[in-house]
Design a protein around this ligand. Structure first.
Ligand SMILES: [Zn+2]
Length: 287
C-alpha cells in the first residue's frame, strides 16, 4: 500500500528544551548530525513537520491525522489564524474532500485534528462531508472530561472547533482502542503521550509499516529514547510504551512513519550497540 504524505508545514518550530525537558544546550550542541535538516542552529529550534498520511485501502480513501488547519484561533503564534495550502495538496494528489471515506487522528492534539473542519460562512463545518471520522473511545472520553477540558487551556479549545462539529454533523464513530479499519489496517494502542494514543499498522501484500503518530516527535528521541516530551499526558507511561515499541520494531525492522519527522519521514530504527546506554539511530528512506 502506498502511503502518501500531505505536508502542511515543515519548519524550525520548537526549542529543544521546550519539547524535551531532559535536553540541555550542551547536549544539543554535540549532536552535529541534526543540522541543518533536523535542527536550525541559528534559531535554536527543532524542525517539525506537520503532515497527514493518505492511504488507499480496500477501495477506500483514508486520512490519518489532519494537521493544524486553517483560520483556527490558537495561543501559539505559528498556528493562530494561519492559512496553509494543504487542501490544494490533497487535490493535487487526485482526491477531493468529498471523496475521503475515513478520517482518523492518532490522538486528539491541536496539530492532529485541524483539517477535521474548515470555516464556511462563519461556522466550523466538516471538511470531509462524506467521511466517517473515527475517535478512539479512551481518547475522546479523556478530552471530554473535566481534566481534559483543563488541559485544553494550553493549546486553545480545539475540541470545540474541530471535534464537536463532527459529532453535531453525525459523522463521528467511537471505536475501540484496538479497532480494525479493514483487513490491512488496524490501530495499535500506545498510551502515554495521550491516554488513548494509537499507532496505525499497515499490513498489506506481505509488507508491514506503522504510522506512529506522536510516539516519537523528533529523530533526537531515537538518540535519547528515554526522553518524553513536555506535552506528554503521562511521561512515565509514554516512556514505557516508547521503549517497548522501539525495541520490538528495531528488532523486526518495521518501516515507520513518525508524524513530525521531516521529509522523507519514512525510515527504520537501528539499534546502536553501545554498552553504556540504550540508543537508536533513525535511518530515513525515500520510498
Ligand atoms: Zn503532534
Amino acid at each position: 500500500m502506498n502511503v502518501e504524505l500531505l505536508i502542511e508545514s515543515s519548519d524550525p518550530l520548537l526549542h529543544p528544551g521546550e519539547l524535551y525537558p531532559d535536553s540541555s544546550p550542551e547536549l544539543i550542541a554535540r549532536q552535529s548530525w541534526l543540522t541543518p535538516h533536523l535542527y536550525d542552529a541559528a534559531s535554536d529550534r527543532l524542525v517539525i513537520c506537520m503532515q497527514s498520511f493518505l492511504l488507499r485501502s480496500a477501495g477506500k480513501i483514508i486520512l490519518v491525522d489532519t494537521c493544524v488547519g486553517d483560520c483556527k484561533q490558537r495561543p501559539r503564534p505559528e498556528f493562530d489564524g494561519a492559512v496553509w495550502n494543504w487542501l490544494e495538496r490533497l487535490e493535487q494528489s487526485g482526491v477531493s474532500p468529498e471523496e475521503v471515506d475515513v478520517v482518523l487522528s492518532t490522538h486528539l492534539h491541536v496539530d492532529h485534528i485541524g483539517w477535521n473542519t474548515r470555516l464556511v460562512d462563519g461556522k466550523w463545518r466538516p471538511t470531509f462531508p462524506n467521511a466517517r471520522y473515527l475517535f478512539v473511545d479512551k481518547e475522546y472520553e479523556y478530552w471530554s472530561s473535566d481534566a481534559g477540558r483543563v488541559a485544553l487551556q494550553r493549546t486553545g479549545d480545539y475540541v470545540a472547533d474541530s471535534v464537536t462539529p463532527i459529532f453535531e454533523a453525525g459523522l463521528a464513530d467511537i471505536v475501540d482502542f484496538d479497532h480494525r479499519i479493514d483487513d490491512a489496517l488496524r490501530l495499535i494502542p500506545t498510551p502515554g503521550h495521550t491516554p488513548g494514543h494509537v499507532c496505525v499498522e499497515i499490513d498489506s501484500e506481505g509488507k508491514k509499516a506503522i504510522i506512529t503518530g506522536d510516539l516519537l516527535h523528533h529523530p533526537l528521541q531515537c538518540r535519547f529514547p528515554d526522553w518524553s516530551t513536555r506535552f506528554c499526558f503521562d511521561a512515565h507511561q509514554a516512556r514505557q510504551t516508547r521503549l517497548a515499541f522501539m525495541k520490538q520494531h528495531a528488532h523486526e525492522g518495521t518501516l515507520l512513519f513518525p508524524a513530525h519527522f521531516p521529509s522523507p519521514t519514512a525510515g527504520y530504527l537501528r539499534l546502536v550497540q553501545d554498552e553504556a546506554e540504550l540508543r537508536y539511530r533513525y535511518e530515513f528512506v525515500d520510498e
